[in-house]
Design a protein. Sequence first.
Length: 474
Amino acid sequence: MRTIIEPFRIKSVEPIRMTTREERTTFLENAHYNLFALDSENVIIDLLTDSGTSSMSANQWASVMRGDESYAGSPSFDRFHKAVHHLMPFSHIIPTHQGRAAEKILFSIIGGPGKYILNNTHFDTTRANIEFTGAEAIDLVIPEGKIPDLEHPFKGNMDIARLEAFIKEKGAENIPLVMLTITNNSGGGQPVSMANIKDTKYICMKYDIPLFMDACRFAENAWFIKMREPEYANVSVEAIVQEIFSYADGCTMSAKKDALVNMGGWLAMNNPVWAEAARNLLILTEGFPTYGGLAGRDLEAIATGLEEVIDEDYLHYRISSTQYLARHLTEAGIPIVKPAGGHAVYIDARNMLSHITPLHYPGQALAVEMYLHAGIRACEIGTVMFGLQMDGTEKEAPMDLVRLAIPRRVYTQSHIDYVIEALTEINARKNELKGMKIVWQPKQLRHFSARFLPLNCECSQKENFIKAFQAETV
């Protein structure tokens, strides 16, 4: 049959509060036009992120009840370790409370001034954790990955020629490791091919540089390999995943994505010296190495989630639901990153709102309008997120996107149809939208807490904003 249904039944539901436009106007002003500052109970459809927003299965909740909370030597850690090692057979597997904690520990060990970390595209926390050490994060995605409307099966691929050229220029001794982000989140959720993984590994071996994976969406990446690389058409997702990690020397992982849980992560590697240093840092900041900042019930839920995420019926539904949204937005004339990624659809806001310059943040303007019009919360991936440079200057990002990240096993097709209808209505009057300006920002990761005002805001609104800000900072 052509109709693809959710491969699950709904056993528990959570009510959605249906806000009005007038209410949302007030909520936006109180949040200083930063969607991260909204109360989630005032959001109708929340597409801000797919991180930690999954619905857990009945089996995962049963696993939660089995969790053993012993400080050291918990059997829950053994089940966690066995499940991770089955898919990612690294010598050392170190749990952390989430992926950015794994990044913090890893780059604290290997980073520092004069060092370069190469990636297809670093995500925001990865880049921030690298730069915090004084090292430099370098993006080397293929040119096709920077052209939103270009169809290419693996737009997340590493540019192999540029990778080798950079290593030759800067010296392998100054490059502690190379990373591949699978799927490439900042580049539109685009996958990396197995052929490209092998080519990247070859270059790393040639110059004796370890290859690590940012593995957050490894199962979705494996599904794309199965669908788009002919030689893997008859290979199981499980076997594809195992082959992917056979080419790696380690990984960072946010279990909040493709382990289908609300909290957790891990750092894994084969290097025993790095692993010892990582465990020492883990004890200082996260916890004992057999729980790493997680409860035993979290470890159990991860172990079960890793079994469920490689189920091919689930992955077929997951990717098909993303493609459903992408197809209908394209039919409505809304420009998106093509082809659709795995966990999200990315609207090309710079193209859609071409009358708004990148330094007036078309992605933020569109995301704000989506919430105002229909109560939909999305995330800007563009000049707000990546425009602020280490020296405090600003330049436009390669793309200005709005990410519609779809939580796993949370929304039905009617919810997605609501999103399509809302964006179609916004697109019909897109020329009315105005840009945004930042009136306050932190020095790093500004998109989480920056404060905005619309360019066309009224003076009274501006004055109220300034008074409120001054009151908060006294």
